[in-house]
Design a protein around this ligand. Sequence first.
Ligand SMILES: [Zn+2]
Length: 250
Amino acid sequence: MSQLWQLYRMNQLDTEKDKKTIEKDKLMKPDQLEKECKELEKELEEFDEKKKKLHLKMKKSELETDGVVNHRKKLEKKIYDGKTKNPKELLNWQLEIEHLKKKQEEKEDLILEMMEKMESIEEHKEDNKQLIKEKEKEIKTANRSYKSELKRLESEMSDMEANKEKIAKTVEENLLKKYEQLRRIMKDHMAVAKIKGEICGGCFTNLPDSMIKQVQAHHLVTCNNCMRILYWEDKKEDTKEDKKKRKKKS
Ligand SMILES: [Zn+2]
C-alpha cells in the first residue's frame, strides 16, 4: 500500500472525526429544561409565601369581624334589657348597630374574597406541581439521550483516532508533518486531494498529464493551484469499505 493512499485514508478519518466533533458540540444538554424547572420551583415557593400572607390576613379579618359582632351583640343586649329609657341614647345605639352590621358585612365579603383567592392559589400550585413533575421527566429523558449520544460519539471518535494512529505509524515522518501542516492551513482541512479524471479533487483545476503520471508512480506531488497533496486512486488499494460506500451511493 502506498504512503499516499495511507495519507488519503488518514484524511478521510480526520474529516469524519471533525464532523463528529461538530456533532458533539451541537449536542444539547438539557440546560433550558432545568432552568424552566427551577423557575417553576421558585414559583411554587412564591405560592406558599402568598398563601402564608393571605392566611394571616384572613385570620386578622376574622378576629376583627368577631370584635364587630361582639360589639353589636353587646349593644343589642343593652337595648333589649330595658335598663335604659333615654330615647336619644337608644337611638344612638340603634344607629351604631346599623353601622356595625354594615361593617360586619364588608368584613365578611372581604373574607370570602380572600377565600376565593386562596382557592385559586391552591389550583395554580397544583398545576405548577404537575408541570414540575412533567419537566423532571423530560429532563431525565433528555439527560439519558444526551449521555448516550455523547458516549456513542466519543467512542466513535476514539476508534477513529486509534485507526489514524495506526496509519500514521506507517507514514514517513516528513510526509506526516506536511500532511498535518496542510490540514491546519486548509479551510476544509482537506490536505489530500483525489485526482478525478484529469482534475484535482480539491480545487477542480486541470492537471497536466506529466503530473498525474508522477502521482500514479507514487511520488509526492502537490497541486500547483491549491497546494494539496495529490492522490491517485489505485483500484488495488481500494478498500472493501470504500467499495461498499460507492455501492450505496449508486
Ligand atoms: Zn488543487
